[in-house]
Design a protein around this ligand. Sequence first.
Ligand code: PLP
Length: 377
Amino acid sequence: MIYLDHAATTPVPRAVADAMYDVLTGNFGNPSSQYPLGRAARELVSRCRETVAESLGCGAEQLYFTSCGTEGDNWAVTAAAWQNRHLGRHIVTTAVEHNAVLEPCRWLEKQGCEVTWVKPDGRGNLTAEQVLSAVRPDTALVSVMMVNNETGCVFPIREIADGLRERNPRTLLHTDAVQGYLKVPFSAVELGADFITLSAHKIGGPKGVGALYVGGRVRNPRPLLAGGGQERGLRSGTEATAQIAGFAKAVELRSENLPEKLERMRSLREYAAARLSAIPDLTVVADGAAPHILAVSLEGYPSQNIVSELGEKGICISAGSACHQGKPSHVVAALGLPKRTAAGVIRLSFGPETTREDIDACAAALQAHHDARFPML
Ligand code: PLP
């Protein structure tokens, strides 16, 4: 199998699975239990929190484990809107956020909030000024992702944070860093966002665990889940100790020689862009700076057909967050591409183990797909 879909999810290295196994079968206590097995589980969670916090450049007390990136996004958006409800009911976000941000924003819109959806340019980029100019005195929240999952475009969070302090210092800033974490190195404190969402399964960790960074300007964030009071009362639910252990192990492994890994991915991405551009009718759609994502279009050839044909050959790629019932994804739609280009958008995404041979095999399969068919548009 050739796996070129690391932005969808990543394989779990053996050491991560082993760390999880040890917890599931040995250190399996409930961190709330008051005997040594419970204490050991509590200590494990606390060590893991420190590992993840260190990789993020923040204090362990600023990090809350969640069940996934989706939960972190939902929590941050609703908590920010709640904290600033007396300031106003205006939210600024982008038209290309993951649905985990779009949906809670749409829900808030139905509750009477007003949402400004900032659109990127035709290559998927957007400027801090575009976002900042939408901010008003009644803006409760700005939510802008760090790296777009379909285009790989990196958004200027630090500049937005700086500008926001001048424009409206009370507005809270959330960034969904699910695709940026350990791909576009940053430190939480230097970034200046109030909420940062992470997910483990994009960096070699297990599915079903993530974390939310909550900065010092957030006061008593409203919990999304109420109950037994875990995670210092802010995220109830028995801690998913095995997942948390897997998350921390994945962070440790990924952080080893990270600059070399990122440089390798970046050069693979360049190699792939050049190699694929030699295929007739194939164009690079977005020039995102993230090292692991490349969006291209085989113009006129529907992306669902490409993805299923390559899948049959054991090559895993994706049609972005995919064509839903024949319609391009909201991200592709926001780029305003010509119909033929939009129809053929596919995403290749790389991990530290991806090789040039993987890309050559994918290029050959795309060439064969092109040669065996006529464009449908
Ligand atoms: N945000 C972005 C940018 C993503 O790419 C994803 C997953 O694809 C998510 C959020 C959701 O993360 P999770 O799958 O952990 O819920």
